[in-house]
Structures are given as structure tokens and as C-alpha cells.
Design a binder for this molecule. Sequence first.
Ligand SMILES: *Cc1c(COP(=O)(O)O)cnc(C)c1O
Length: 379
Amino acid sequence: MGDEEIALVAETIRSGWITQGPRVAEFEKAFAARTGSAHAVAVCNCTAALHISLLAAGVRPGDEVIVTPHSFIATSNAILYCGALPVFVDIDPATLNMSPGLVSGAITPKTRAVLAVHQVGRPCDLAALSGICREEGLALVEDAACAIGSTYKGKPIGDNTHSPLVCFSFHPRKVMSTGDGGMITTNDEGLAAKLRLLRQHGMSVNDLQRHASKTVVSEAYPILGFNYRLTDVQAAIGLGQLGRLDGIVERRRAIAARYDSALVGVPGIGIFTEPPDSRWNHQTYLIRLLGSTAATRDSFMQRLLGEGVASRRGIMSIHREPCYVERFGIQSFPESESASDQCVCLPLYSQMADADIDRVCQLVRIHAAAATPSPRKSP
Ligand SMILES: *Cc1c(COP(=O)(O)O)cnc(C)c1O
């Protein structure tokens, strides 16, 4: 963020309208245009976006929703907020995304929807998943929290080609940010109207409409809604960020390409390449320490930290977290678990200099040798 976002925020505060008003409407219009969708509905974060998207898709208490456990916990928490049951299916270790081949076997008469994640912004197999959902009469909702700026078969994630509800996050950990914030794109006018009701207390007439009316209008509350509004101050930041998005994605892709070329073929290290039919925004740069355990992964990260390089563990396995074990008992998804234990996120930010990338690669090569089992060190 820079002077442009600061100026847009100042202008918004001076305008006198600071929550869900004209700036939010402008941000929604710009976001819909950017993703090639008919409608965009802004909300306070992606977790809220997932919650009301699942509700709008018809998910009710007692329903089942198929999802991967290899994601941030908010993905499946949103299913629990609806009173529904997350039915986990394992990932394809090559992509870290839900394995479409496992979905059919998880469908029961109670299945209402599939929640598909584009993990770390890497598009999942939407063609296969939407095919299954069409055939089985299930709703498909996309968790595109990390995927703004990515494309799938030449079209932007969020254009609603494969599903009518695509959810984005603007948390600072994502590619563009509004501090906190979220957006849902939909090509269905009825769904857009439902989402707008759900995000603001189920209120039939919003503030902007009341303010613009020449006659006195009163609102009604036909359904139980939530307060999931985005503020105009946040939307102003979003407009600035949207203007920078192409540049941000370009730089992230260039950094990832430099990492790739330095780390490809290094013994003990696996990298994740771009799918041939997709353009990946590289929200995160992950490596896999082949054959490592969570403990050796942690000591690898500790060694990097000792050299002044911060890294993070890979994507979590939701089913292993205590609040899930308590509800559902011990479940086992081996591909998700070993990917969680072996993957590490390396530093990646727009301002990162090439010399810093090269230094990280050098340290990764040195310390990965100690973290991964080596034939040279037999007992
Ligand atoms: C970040 C993230 C979320 C949650 O987004 P918030 O805006 O923080 O609510 C959900 N799903 C995935 C896959 C994420 O990475």
C-alpha cells in the first residue's frame, strides 16, 4: 500500500460516508469487472463470505458439505456455522488441492454442496468438480480466499464459469488487502440479492437506498441476517489495491520463478509448479522437505530463523485441530497430514529483492540437507 491508498482513505473520511455506501458499491463494481462476473457483494471477511454463500446455496442444518481438510480452518468452520457437517476428502499431493476422484465416494443422500479451495491461489480442478456437482445436483462454492489474480483455462478465478458463488479474502496475508475484507462474485441476480440481505441483518432496504429516496421508506427484516458489512474506508483501500493488482501478481510470479529455477532438482526438496491450464498468483511459495517429519521441518525452520530468515509451516490439516477432534474424533487423511508436516512457506513479498531470494535459496539448500533423510547418513 502507498500514497494512493492513503489519499483514497482520506477522501472517503472527508466524504462523510464511512460504511457500506458509495465506495463499497464502487469497489464491488470494479471487482466484478476485474473478475468478469455479473455481481460482486462485499463483506467484512472471507469467512463471512463463505458462511452466507453456503446459506445462499441452500445448506441447512444436518446437511453434508464435501471439503478438503487441507486448508485454513475458516474453510470448514463456515460449514459448521450453517449447522452442517464437513465431510473431508483427501488432497492430491501434487497439487495440494482436493482430489476430484475422491469426491463421488463421499456423496450421500445428505450431501448438499462441495466447497472447493484454490489452496495458496493455485486453481483446483474446477472442470472435474463442477462436472460432478452438475451430475449429482450439488451446489459448488469456491473458497478463492487466496486466488484473486489467478486464472483457470484462460479465465479469471471468480468469473463464475464453474460455480455461481466464489469467495475472496482481503486479509493482509492475501495478494491484495483492505486490512480485513471479503467479496463474493456471482452471476445470479437472485443469489446476489440474497447475499445482500444476509450481510446486513436481513434488512430489506439498505442505508444507501433510504438516503437516496425522495419519500419516507421503512425497512423490514424478512429473514435472519448478520452484520457482515465492509466499510467505505476499507473499500477505498480496495480500490487502490485493485489498481495495483496486475503489478503485484507480476512481481510475485517473478519471485516464484526465481525460487523455482534455484530449487528445482535440489535433492530432498519438492517444489510446486504452475498447472499447465492455469496462471497462478503465487499467494504463497511452498517447498516440500521430502521425507521429513514435523520435528525435522521445525528444526529446518529454526535454522533458517537463526540466519535471519522467517518461514512458516505449510497448510494445516483441519481434522487434527483439537476443536475438530473433540467433535468428530480422530480422522485420518494421510496425504493432507504428510503435506502439512513436510511443507514450508518461504518469504515472498512484492518488495523482496533478487539478492534476498538468492540468499534464501542458498540457506534452504544448506539446511534442507540436514532436515531430509539422506542415504549418506545410514546408521
Ligand atoms: C485466509 C483464508 C480464509 C479466511 O479469510 P478471512 O478473510 O481471514 O476470513 C478462508 N479460506 C482460506 C483458504 C484462506 O486462506
